[in-house]
Each structure stands twice: as structure tokens, then as C-alpha cells.
Write a protein that binds this ligand. Structure first.
Ligand code: ATP
Length: 446
């Protein structure tokens, strides 16, 4: 019985959600490309995050900082010294593993065992491996010109804290949010797009007064972020918080919770988002390394302070994968011998909102359907299809999560109504062609 993840990998490639990067050259290790439907799905998820965090609030500002930053940023942040994983090699089986994640790894020669358990395994002592990708800036390839690809987007926010605060005249508490690529040279990437070397983060840093109720803000953001995942349609019983215990907590962190999603199969519950109370560590360190004050001036009380930071950090790719795993289902259809595969995606994130079909290719039905499609296309991603049996056309849309299919039939030509078929309930209702836009608006809201 193949894992849901294996089925998703195959569906994603077949229908154009996700392809392996540089596939014709044998692929690049754990880097993926989003195809025509995948790019829409991920974009919808990013837009929803941006809408909830930036557009709907007046206490969070948006930012788009560069991927390349001054190398000192990564010394201050602690990444040069500390963004390391302990790595072990097996000299006999030629595997490379994270020493702290051996229980999740498999010996390449004896996959039923974890590395080290197979009698022939010869594991080396762990050595520290830095996960940052390095490159050079300028014409010289020497140590003075080393720059890093950012392993997280957060630092772009910290170094711009005062630029944003002063230009927008925000008062603490307020936040800064951004979406962007991050790169990590992961030792054991895998599980499709769950752990990759190039990925996108959606991060928000919320700056609070250390003398005020910062733990309340932490609880507030925990609840907000969980609700966001629920509103995306992720099932409640597949989501939970995992609290970082004393051993997992970064030394500067005051509290940290992960939001975990149950990906099913062997992967099970895994982190999709972190909500962290980082104290004044980041701004404090950048103050120290840059020699520039990063204090907020609290005018009414005539005091200056370095704010505490509550961070919410979520992977766009991981949420996209969670949305796919959450939505995938196979079901029997009453009265039909073949079952169907459905992606029950929330209509708001579905890549295609409506399929538009003439029942048959004659009697003016294609012309009517095309005209309707062209009107709707200005506002919604829609897909026009006139080929093959209508049942097949419905199935093809079910499989990519299209919530509605509009069919132009004989009756349409008499009364200007089309049938609207609902992906999940399979019910069909007749809607006036000039009301379909309003119908979709209503269904896609929320
Ligand atoms: P993990 O323990 O899984 O390595 P992390 O705790 O290092 O993750 P953070 O640094 O808190 O992760 O990053 C925040 C979010 O960024 C994660 O919750 C995840 O959604 C995403 N993310 C981190 N690393 C990767 C990766 N290699 N591939 C895809 N997404 C990632």
C-alpha cells in the first residue's frame, strides 16, 4: 500500500504541481520546481498569509529584504558559529546522517535498520557541519569576499527594525512581516518538499515592550497562527502544538512552540511553523556587532529600550505540502465502477476555481462556454475544456482540486443557465450564466 506521500509525488508530477529540479540531468538534490498548478497553489497560500498578517492589520508592516546580506549579519545572528548540525558518515555503507536524527534515518545497505544498528556499519565521530551556503561577492574569490545565502528571512527584518519603525511611525507593539527564499545545506533532506535546500519562509517578528505583557502577546500569536492553519482547511485533528522542552529551546529563547501537522504515513506529525519568544537576543546582538543603537524611543514615557521579539515562522512549501496531504482522498462513487481521486482543497487556495465545459462540441455550446470562460477569466483562474466525455473532464478537475465545474448544455441555450457541479457533494444546480461570477465570489470568500 503506497504511502499518501508517494501518491502525492506522482500526482504532483503528472498534473503539474511539482517537478524535480533539473530532472533531465538526473535531478538536483532536494530542490523542487513548482509547475503551472503548484505555483498557483503556493501563491494563493502566500497571499492568504500576507493578507492576514499585513493587509488586515495596521500593526504589522510588510518588507522584502534582499537574500544577500552583509556577512557580519550572520556572525551577529550566531549562524556562523552555531548554525550547525552534527554529521556522521558510515564508512562501510557510504551514508551520511545527522547524529541527532539517526532514529529517523535508514542504513543504505540494510534499510530495515537505522544507521549504526546494522552489524557492518562503521560510523565516524560526529563533526559539526554548517548549513549555510557560501558564495563570493565581487570578482575576487577570497575569504574577504565570502557572503552567504540567507538561511532564514528573519535577519532582514531585524536589521531593518528602525528603518521600518521610523518610516512608518509605528509604536511598539508592532510587527514586520516578509515572505522570501531561504537556503540551507541540509544533510538529510527529503520527504518530497518537506525538507529542501531551497525553500520559502513567511516570517513575522513582533516587537514588544519588555516591561509590558510580552507573554500575553506570545499566547496571542500562538492562537492566531493556529487559527490561520485551521482557516486554510487543515483538519483540526491533524494539527497540534509541540512545546520545546528545556533541551530543545535555543539558549536565548524564552518559550517556543511548534505547530505540527500530521502528514500521515511514516512521516506523521511534523513541524510546519514555529512560534518563538526570542527576548532581546537578536536586536541586542546586532547592536553589539554593528555598533549602532537599535533602541525604540518610547516618547510618552521618555525612555529607550531594546524590544523583545515574538516570532512566527512558517514554511510556504511545508504548508503547501500539508494542504496537499490534507486534501488528498480516494473515494468510491455510487453507481460507478471506478472510484475517484479528489483534492479537497479549500476553494480559496485551489489553483483553478472553475472548469468550464460545453457538454458537446456542437449547437453553439462551445461558443457559449468560451465566452463565459473569457468573462470569468478576468477575475478567476478558470479552465476551459471541450475534449472527451464529460465524466472524464469532471474527474480531471477533481484530481487537481477545482471546486466547481460549469457545464453548458442544451438547456443553457434556451434559458441562459449553466449547471454548477460541486466537487465535494457532487450535487448539481442551475445558475444563471450572468450570476456565476457572484456565485464564485461568495463561495471563494473566507
Ligand atoms: P527543522 O527542525 O524541521 O529543521 P527548524 O526548527 O530548523 O526546522 P525554523 O528554523 O524554525 O525550522 O524555520 C521555520 C520554518 O521554516 C519551519 O517551520 C519550516 O516550515 C520551514 N523550514 C525550515 N527548514 C526547512 C527546509 N529545509 N525545507 C522546507 N522548509 C523548511
Amino acid at each position: 500500500q503506497p504511502d499518501v506521500m508517494d501518491k502525492l509525488v506522482s500526482l504532483a508530477k503528472r498534473r503539474g504541481f511539482i517537478f524535480q529540479s533539473s530532472e533531465i540531468y538526473g535531478g538536483t538534490g532536494s530542490v523542487w520546481d513548482y509547475g503551472p498548478l503548484g505555483v498557483e497553489l503556493k501563491k494563493n497560500i502566500k497571499d492568504r498569509w500576507w493578507h492576514a498578517l499585513v493587509r488586515m492589520r495596521d500593526d504589522v508592516e510588510g518588507l522584502d529584504a534582499a537574500i544577500l546580506m552583509h556577512p557580519k549579519v550572520w556572525e551577529a545572528s550566531g549562524h556562523v558559529a552555531g548554525f550547525v548540525d552534527p554529521l556522521v558518515d558510515c564508512k562501510a555503507c557510504k551514508g551520511r546522517f545527522r547524529a541527532d536524527k539517526l532514529q529517523d534515518a535508514r542504513c543504505p545497505r540494510k534499510p530495515s535498520k537505522q544507521p549504526g544498528e546494522h552489524t557492518e556499519c562503521q560510523l565516524t565521530e560526529p563533526r559539526q557541519f554548517n548549513l549555510m551556503f557560501k558564495t563570493f561577492m565581487g570578482a575576487l574569490e577570497d575569504s574577504a569576499s565570502v557572503v552567504y545565502l540567507r538561511p532564514e528571512t528573519a535577519q532582514g527584518i531585524f536589521v531593518n527594525f528602525l528603518n521600518v519603525q521610523q518610516s512608518t511611525r509605528q509604536k511598539v507593539p508592532f510587527g514586520i512581516a516578509q515572505i522570501g527564499k531561504a537556503f540551507r545545506n541540509e544533510i538529510t533532506p527529503g520527504n518530497f518538499t518537506f525538507r529542501t535546500r531551497e525553500f520559502e519562509q513567511m516570517e513575522m517578528q513582533f516587537f514588544v515592550d519588555p516591561n509590558a505583557d510580552h507573554m500575553e502577546w506570545f499566547e496571542y500569536w500562538k492562537a492566531q497562527r493556529m487559527q490561520w492553519h485551521l482557516d486554510l482547511g487543515l483538519k483540526e485533528d491533524r494539527l497540534h502544538f509541540h512545546q520545546h522542552g528545556a533541551g530543545e529551546l535555543a539558549h536565548y529563547a524564552r518559550a517556543a512552540f511548534d505547530i505540527e501537522f500530521d502528514f500521515g504515513g511514516t512521516l506523521g506529525f511534523q513541524e510546519i511553523e514555529g512560534v518563538h519568544h526570542r527576548g532581546d537576543f537578536d536586536l541586542g546582538r546586532h547592536q553589539e556587532y554593528s555598533g549602532k543603537k537599535l533602541e525604540y524611543f518610547d516618547q510618552p514615557n521618555n525612555r529607550r529600550f531594546v524590544p523583545f521579539v515574538i516570532e512566527t515562522s512558517v514554511g510556504a512549501d511545508r504548508v503547501t505540502l500539508a494542504a496537499l496531504a490534507n486534501a488528498y482522498r480516494e473515494e468510491e462513487v455510487a453507481g460507478e465502477s471506478e472510484g475517484r481521486v479528489v483534492l479537497g482543497l479549500h476553494p480559496a487556495i485551489a489553483p483553478i476555481k472553475a472548469g468550464i465545459f460545453p457538454l458537446v462540441k456542437k449547437d453553439g455550446m462551445p461558443e457559449f462556454a468560451e465566452k463565459l470562460g473569457n468573462e470569468l477569466r478576468r477575475r478567476f483562474p478558470v479552465f476551459y475544456d471541450e475534449t472527451g466525455a464529460i465524466g472524464r473532464r469532471y474527474r480531471r478537475q477533481d484530481e487537481v482540486g477545482t471546486p466547481f465545474c460549469l457545464t453548458v448544455d442544451g438547456q443553457t441555450l434556451e434559458d441562459n443557465t449553466v449547471t454548477v457541479r460541486d466537487r465535494d457533494s457532487l450535487t448539481q444546480e442551475r445558475v444563471a450564466a450572468d450570476r456565476v461570477g457572484a456565485f464564485l465570489d461568495e463561495k471563494l470568500a473566507g
